[in-house]
Design a binder for this molecule. Structure first.
Ligand SMILES: [Ca+2]
Ligand SMILES: [Ca+2]
Ligand SMILES: [Ca+2]
Length: 418
């Protein structure tokens, strides 16, 4: 009860009801744009505004205060931002007091400030580009440690080409270009709209011509010798990268040997193969942009070495000459056959023994001797062996071989016939 008195007033009573305000006000914070939520993190940049609104149940709001990190408390009058603060995490604390003096407990909002556009690196291609086709793949690496990369845009010669596609940290896009000079631009944007631009230049040279292989040479191989293959290779645009020699002995499986440039020719050797082996080979050359040319398939047969040919010829010559020599040695011996005329005078008596022989065979003689010595044995002892045996027997043996000769026999046979 409250009592009051004043002069001239009649005393009386009045009742006033007082309601105590014991509930503090409630303050909420609103984050403006731009902002980006990622998991539990809130990304903002220095243009992002923060506003605080407060309500109180009874006595009304007396004031609202806030501070950033450990800065002094400020009385909130209008929205604010984090301009002037460095990138990274920041804490915004705030509270209000009502007119009854009730103070709200401090509230805290943590945000990550990101004012930095994504970084752009490893641009490709730049400078002079020689390649097989006019399809050019542009590549850059783009990173943003803050709110993250949102877009990477490609512009060539002032014409927007579209977004580049992410592959790991790389962003690529393939475009068809004419040969010659070009400028290209990459524009990057993060999730808060922080953007950056890089410009590059490029000269495109298209090499779609194959290397030229000429002057192919192969050493004529023989047994035990490797085959040296050499050739010249040239390429007008990107230049010769590699030259390989392929060879096969069965026509299906191929072995590859790198050919080495010595002077202005490329060389490689095929290992030695057995004589009469058929070896197939061809040469393949590539330029620095991947154009590949091949020769047709060539074939050779491994021969015998020259020294072996010479040896064979020498052996043949020796063999022929020795045969001639042998014949010559045997021919002079027929000359003693003049001695044979000596028996010739005795030949006339020969026919009679031929008649006597059957007579003797009919006479008592062993049967086995009949077959072996039909007429000569018995004739010989009768006429020749008894008389000339002491001195002439050896001469007969030497004369025997002369019988195998055809010429000496014929005169005897003729004599017999006549
Ligand atoms: Ca209150
Ligand atoms: Ca950023
Ligand atoms: Ca070429």
């Amino acid at each position: 009860m409250i009592s009051a008195s004043a002069t001239g007033l009649t005393s009386g009573t009045a009742t006033v009801t007082v309601i105590a305000d014991t509930i503090p006000p409630v303050t909420t914070i609103t984050i403006g744009l731009p902002k980006h939520y990622a998991g539990n993190y809130i990304y903002v940049n220095s243009s992002t505004s923060f506003s605080l609104s407060t309500s109180d149940d009874m006595s009304g709001v007396e004031k609202t205060k806030y501070r950033v990190d450990e800065d002094p408390w400020k009385e909130y009058t209008s929205k604010f931002n984090l301009s002037g603060y460095s990138d990274g995490a920041h804490e915004i604390r705030y509270y209000s007091i009502d007119k009854a003096g009730n103070s709200e407990a401090e509230k805290t909002l943590t945000v990550i400030l990101d004012n930095t556009p994504p970084s752009i690196g490893d641009p490709s291609p730049t400078g002079s580009l020689i390649q097989k086709t006019n399809r050019v793949t542009f590549t850059v690496t783009v990173e943003d440690p803050g709110s993250g990369v949102k877009e990477v845009r490609l512009t060539i010669d002032g014409i927007y080409q579209g977004l580049m596609t992410k592959r790991g940290n790389n962003y690529t896009r393939t475009v068809s270009l004419d040969e010659g000079d070009h400028s290209w631009m990459v524009e990057v944007v993060d999730n808060l709209g922080n953007s950056g631009i890089q410009n590059y230049s490029l000269e495109l040279i298209v090499d779609n011509t194959l290397p030229t292989i000429s002057g192919l040479y192969e050493s004529s191989p023989a047994w035990g010798e490797s085959t040296i293959v050499s050739c010249q290779v040239s390429d007008e645009e990107s230049g010769v990268k590699e030259v390989f020699l392929y060879h096969s002995t069965d026509g299906t499986s191929w072995s590859r040997i790198a050919m080495n440039l010595i002077g202005n020719r490329y060389y490689a050797s095929i290992p030695s193969q057995p004589p009469f082996t058929k070896v197939r080979y061809y040469v393949e050359a590539s330029d620095n942009v991947g154009n590949i040319s091949q020769t047709s398939i060539f074939e050779y047969t491994v021969g015998l070495p020259t020294w072996l040919y010479i040896l064979i010829v020498l052996i043949a010559v020796l063999a022929i000459s020795s045969i001639f020599l042998l014949r010559r040695r045997k021919r002079p011996r027929p000359s003693p056959t003049p001695k044979a005329p000596e028996p010739k005078p005795e030949e006339p008596p020969v026919p009679p023994p031929a008649e006597e022989a059957p007579l003797e065979l009919q006479e008592p003689v062993s049967s086995r001797e009949e077959t072996k010595l039909p007429s000569e044995e018995e004739e010989a002892p009768h006429e020749e062996s008894y008389e000339p045996s002491p001195g002439e027997a050896p001469s007969e043996e030497e004369e025997m071989p002369s019988i195998f000769e055809e010429e000496p026999q014929q005169p005897e046979g003729e004599g017999l016939e006549s």
